[in-house]
Design a protein around this ligand. Structure first.
Ligand SMILES: Nc1ncnc2c1ncn2[C@@H]1O[C@H](COP(=O)(O)OP(=O)(O)OP(=O)(O)O)[C@@H](O)[C@H]1O
Ligand SMILES: [Mg+2]
Length: 232
């Protein structure tokens, strides 16, 4: 049987509840994603995609409902438990990447592995391998301000993959990339998905990127309007 990797049950997220600026960003969302699935999350601007990733990643609390990761209820995790979960299980690719300016591309990518206690040599080898796979073999010694936006995005993607997290949450990971770089990124995602059974949830506005995933989940105005049929 295929394991449930991510499960949202009746998840509602209301920002600024009770104030004039109240926004219901997620309404009673039910969604199950199985281990080893590569799922696209699509929907109009403001429909709740980033909010969904943020509640899954524990960056913002839900208003009601439950969230399960690998069968464990993480809804009421403490900040410390959430930090450990993110460090060990979840790779988060932000809509706006945040590289450290004073580190080179290679050093940015290595950092999460060094923090986990891996050796310098091993971390460096893996960092260079990932950067090469995304067409940045010639940019490993460059600093973020010496890179283009799309190159920075690919460095950020390499950094989020280097620890081999079980779940990868990507908020428009290919949003700033041209077709060729997008295809490199999607090939890399597919490779780790096949080889390491990593589960991916990728926000995209591109039907083409969506078509490269196993299924497309569509959200509109905080509600899931199409689930794409999970493989069971
Ligand atoms: N921190 C916040 N405080 C209040 N409202 C918010 C906050 N973040 C998002 N919202 C609102 O919640 C709704 C969903 O926003 P969200 O960022 O999840 O949309 P999205 O689908 O990711 O859009 P986009 O494609 O433009 O990135 C929007 O109406 C937005 O204005
Ligand atoms: Mg967004």
């Amino acid at each position: 049987m295929i394991r449930k990797m991510l499960e949202l049950k009746n998840v509602t997220k209301i920002y600024n509840e009770g104030s004039a600026r109240e926004v219901v960003a997620l309404k009673d969302v039910d969604l199950t994603i199985y281990e080893g699935e590569m799922v696209a999350l699509m929907g109009p601007s403001g429909s709740g995609k980033s909010t969904m990733l943020n509640v899954i990643g524990g960056l913002t609390p839900v208003t009601s409902g439950r969230i399960y990761i690998a069968g464990e209820d993480v809804t009421e995790y403490t900040d410390e438990q959430r930090a450990i979960l993110r460090r060990d299980k979840i790779g988060y690719i932000f809509q706006h990447f945040n590289l450290l300016d004073y580190l080179t591309a290679e050093q940015n990518v290595m950092l999460p592995l060094l923090i986990q206690g891996y050796t310098f040599e091993y971390s460096k080898r893996r960092a260079i391998m990932l950067l090469r796979e995304l067409g940045l073999g010639g940019r490993t010694e460059h600093y973020p301000n010496e890179l283009s936006g799309g190159q920075e995005q690919r460095v950020a993607i390499s950094r989020s993959l280097i620890t081999r997290p079980a779940i990868i949450l990507g908020d428009e990971p290919t949003g700033d990339l041209d077709l060729e770089s997008s295809q490199d990124v999607m090939r890399l995602f597919r490779r780790i998905n096949r080889e390491e059974k990593q589960t991916l949830l990728l926000v995209t506005h591109s039907e083409y990127i969506g078509s490269l995933c196993d299924r497309i989940v569509r959200i509109d105005d905080g509600q899931i309007v199409e689930e794409g049929g999970a493989k069971e």
